[in-house]
Ligand binder design. Structure first.
Ligand code: AMP
Ligand code: MG
Length: 535
């Protein structure tokens, strides 16, 4: 018996067919010139075992059948069996890491298997992460460990169901091998379980794919990659031309802004917004030391590697995206006669982001944009900081509690008792001083007045707010619980969380424990509040 889903995969590999390949066929680490990719086979692993599967992603690929009935899915998505029609390759890209140009990076541990064209004519690239070394592996091993693979698998799918643009994850496979990692770079390497995630996206092209070609002056190849990207990923823009290039750059600026607005909405911190981790499609890509805001703190970053400069902290993500877009613009200069179209895209990012972000902040409060209210609304949304920041306040819980706080029946004087509705959101009740209460009540008065101005009932407001403020996100400590169990051979929590996170906006009364604020044990625990790039 075989897993019938594999036979449903219809490959159509445009990237490798249309773009220049590395002429060196060996799998040695090197600088790869005048090419967009290198063909490379996944490394075979000892004992692949499928431990998690996303049925929605399988559906996108037209796969049916039970992947757990045989070990075929493990063999294929662990990298041991290459199906006919696949054409495995690693992409060449560069990037700015923490603000500095790093030269060639490339798919050091990601191997694209091929492009699936589904029955709806949608194109999906399959990519194994952790499938062994490639010409781009530099000094590293090309592998991934179970903890980071669980995080990538679950978060990709959680983000999708939250409505955040993201790459997807089809499968999580244990390799049956151990991988050595020094998690905190402190001279304590451990042997950890190895794993492989099969990621799925229309394409995995990054800002860095264009940057490396521009940096090397390989302008012919650059134009080929741009034209290919427009034809395949942006067909609605029309045949490549100077006008199309301008429209394309503007669209990248807009979709990137959309992605960041979503991150700010749900409290997601990417952690490593290097230009090689920026998707040309505005998708969240490369789930490494990311984290979810627990107590609302715009300065928070989950990434210990970034602890000193906090370049990639929550509140700075919009500015970093802009900086990254400017680097991409630099790389595309040779396509244009003047830089005006690029400047227009950059300007668009700022105006579009500001408008969308303001609207999003209002939606989180159940409110709509009212032009005449712009100034007051900006103050209202900015001042939430004074309510959530001075005392440790769980952002996710705060908005859900605010949604069910009764406002329309309340007398003109809101009093301290209404704050009781927010009790669950506070990490340290002892911080609720008289001054704080007064500030919070003051803000609630303004909010209540604004709600009245729009004439929204409490019931309507709750429905609106609960549709944009998730009840369930992949809290850092919850992901860690799933990892701890998986390390012991128990994968049930991964499946349970995948199921839970399919409906992040719904109340799921029997799953309340996963909506609880971070417990004290997780405050300083590695993997819960501190993560490194070692994965
Ligand atoms: P990241 O910070 O994970 O986005 O990775 C930055 C660069 O390092 C990319 O080129 C990755 O492919 C590469 N890289 C990260 N981890 C490994 C690894 N274990 N083996 C080979 N290359 C890696
Ligand atoms: Mg990366």
């Amino acid at each position: 018996m075989t897993f019938s889903g594999l036979e449903c995969l219809n490959f159509d590999n445009q990237f490798t067919q249309n773009l220049p390949a590395d002429s060196n066929a060996s799998n040695s680490r090197r600088q790869v010139r005048n090419a967009c990719y290198s063909r490379v086979m996944p490394t075979k692993v000892a004992d692949p075992k499928l431990i998690a599967w996303s049925r929605e992603v399988a559906e996108l690929l037209d796969m049916d059948g039970d992947p757990f009935a045989t070990n075929d899915a493990g063999e294929v998505f662990g990298g041991n069996r290459v199906l006919s029609g696949m054409d495995p390759f690693a992409m060449c890209y560069g990037g700015h890491q923490f603000g500095n140009w790093a030269g060639q990076l490339g798919d050091g541990r990601a191997i694209n298997l091929g492009e699936v064209l589904n029955r709806r004519d949608q194109r999906w690239m399959l990519q194994l992460k952790g499938a062994g070394p490639t010409p781009y592996s530099r000094t590293a091993d090309g592998l991934a460990v179970l903890r980071s693979s669980v995080r990538e698998f679950l978060c990709s799918e959680a983000m999708f169901h939250l409505g955040v643009p993201t790459t997807r994850a089809l499968s999580l496979v244990l390799s049956g091998e151990k991988v050595v990692r020094d998690m905190f770079y402190d001279g304590n390497p451990q042997r950890e379980l190895g794993a492989i995630v099969c990621r799925v996206a229309p394409s995995f092209t990054r800002f860095g794919n264009f940057q490396i070609l521009a940096a090397r002056g390989e302008l012919d190849v650059l134009r080929q990659l741009v034209d290919h990207t427009i034809r395949l990923d942006f067909p609605h823009l029309g045949e490549p031309s100077t006008e199309t290039y301008a429209a394309w750059f503007s669209e990248i600026c807009r979709t990137t802004a959309d992605m960041i607005v979503h991150w700010m909405r749900v409290g997601f911190v990417h952690g490593v917004m290097n230009t090689d981790n920026m998707s040309i499609l505005g998708l969240t890509i490369d789930y490494g030391p990311y984290g979810w805001l627990e107590n609302y703190d715009p300065d928070w970053t989950p990434n210990t590697t970034d602890a000193s400069g906090r370049r990639y902290r929550f509140g700075q993500q919009p500015q970093i995206a802009l900086w990254n877009l400017a680097q991409l613009g630099q790389a595309l200069v040779s396509l244009f006669e003047t830089i005006e179209p690029l400047q227009a895209g950059i300007d668009l990012y700022s105006t579009y982001f500001n408008t969308e972000c303001r609207a999003m902040m209002l939606r989180k409060l159940g409110l709509s944009v009212i032009e005449a209210q712009t100034e007051a609304d900006t103050a209202l949304t900015n001042d939430i900081l004074d309510v959530m920041y001075p005392v440790e306040t769980d952002m996710t819980i705060f908005y859900r509690r605010l949604a069910s706080m009764p406002l329309d029946g309340t007398s003109d004087e809101l009093d301290v008792s209404v704050l009781a509705a927010l009790t669950d959101a506070y990490y340290r009740p002892e911080q609720l001083t008289t001054d704080y209460r007064a500030t919070a009540i003051g803000w609630l008065h303004r909010y209540r007045d604004r709600v009245r101005l729009e004439g929204i009932s409490d019931a309507d407001r709750r429905v609106r707010m609960n549709a944009v403020n998730p009840k369930y996100v992949l809290r850092n400590y919850v992901a860690q619980l799933a990892i701890d169990k998986a390390d012991q051979g128990d994968y049930t929590l991964i499946s349970e969380l995948l199921e839970l996170l399919r409906h992040p906006y719904d109340e799921q009364p029997d799953k309340e424990q996963f909506a609880a604020k971070r417990p004290d044990w997780a405050r300083e625990r590695a993997g819960c509040s501190m993560l490194s790039c070692s994965s």
